[in-house]
Design a binder for this molecule. Structure first.
Ligand SMILES: O=C(O)C1CCN(c2ccc(-c3cc(CO)ccc3Cl)cn2)CC1
Length: 322
């Protein structure tokens, strides 16, 4: 019948950096960051890597399921901040946990990555062959930040979270909407590797740090996210009123408020945890989903709309019965 989320887990670096910590190294304040973003602190990798955080998540998921790593058929990591171009982070995780029967690859759709990943991997469950797989969103965005650029350095955090997916005789993945706007990709870039350095007078064109047209992305999100959610609900033959929880990418609290207003839904349906983690890109939706399930806020049978948005530019929504 299809895929079902059977386990959730998350892992974040031990080091916490508060807004006040940042105000010591750049021209910003706790009040500005809180009021404009909703963020109060973020976890920042010191010894952790994208692969080590994702490996922690994988080990937790297997332990929770009492499943051996050899039972896994696939591992997909959604990331825009891999430790290497190759090997893929998913392959590093596969080797670390001994999942010798799992194929593994990375998927990059920036902050929409986890939703794009859910859409992709559910196709492995279309026939009735038993499948077990991990889908993990993992980021160390701190390595892509210019810590002298207050417009971006205060926004992001590091972390990983993911799900164990197994077969189900009932439908849990109802409908999805994925949309990409490559003509606007320049509005949010990170990790530019530059043209061949030798071809440009030996001057490396690398621009490794985040660059963001904040106003442009803000406008894209407040319009594009409600539109994507409505397209996915239309396909699922559901209305916004029938959604119990909107699990949105945790980029900015004001954007979430705007999306709730445009959908005419109570803000109580939009859980938020950017205060504690900042924007963790592809990890933000699964971290929030895991916290809501562990808190008993999301129960089996709940109708969820998961929606990511960001670099690409991309937006994506997956409607799920949890
Ligand atoms: O109020 C202000 O001056 C500023 C206005 C601009 N802000 C923004 C703008 C965009 C984002 C953002 C980032 C990503 C990347 O993952 C994805 C999605 C979004 Cl919507 C986050 N914050 C911060 C406060």
């Amino acid at each position: 019948m299809g895929a079902k989320i059977t386990q959730l887990a998350h892992a974040v670096p031990t080091k916490i950096v508060t807004n006040n910590d940042l105000s010591q190294i750049m021209d910003t304040t706790d009040e500005w960051i809180r009021s404009r973003t909703g963020i109060t602190q973020r976890h920042i990798a010191t010894t952790e890597t994208t692969a080590s955080l994702c490996t922690q998540v994988a080990i937790q998921l297997l332990q929770q399921a009492a499943l051996p790593a050899t039972a896994l058929d696939f591992i997909v990591v959604c990331t825009m901040s891999p430790d290497y171009f190759t090997p893929a982070t998913a392959a590093v995780v596969q080797g670390a946990i001994g999942a010798t029967n799992a194929f593994a690859y990375d998927l990059n759709a920036a902050c929409s990555g986890f939703v794009y990943g859910l859409n992709a991997v559910q196709h492995y469950f279309q026939n009735d062959q038993p499948m077990h797989g991990l889908l993990i969103g993992g980021e160390v965005l701190s390595r892509l930040l210019n810590w002298q650029d207050r417009s971006t350095a205060v926004l992001f955090g590091d972390g990983a979270a993911g799900v164990l997916l197994e077969n189900s005789s009932t439908a849990h993945f109802l409908a999805s909407d994925l949309a990409t706007f490559g003509d606007r990709g320049g509005q949010l870039t990170a990790g530019y590797q530059g043209s061949a350095p030798l071809m440009v007078n030996g001057i490396n064109q690398m621009a490794p740090y985040f660059k963001m047209d904040g106003r442009g992305i803000y406008s894209f999100a407040t319009r594009g996210v409600p539109a994507s959610i409505e397209r996915a609900l239309e396909k699922a033959d559901l209305t916004c009123a029938q959604v119990d929880h909107f699990i949105l990418h945790q980029a900015n609290t004001r954007i979430i408020t705007q999306v709730a207003k445009r959908l005419r839904q109570p803000l109580a349906k939009f859980p938020q945890n950017m205060a504690a983690y900042g924007n963790t890109s592809a990890a933000s939706i699964p971290i929030l989903l895991d916290e809501c399930v562990r808190a008993g806020q999301i129960k089996p049978g709940a109708v969820l709309a998961l929606s990511g948005f960001g670099g690409g530019l991309t937006v994506g929504t997956q409607i799920i019965i949890y």
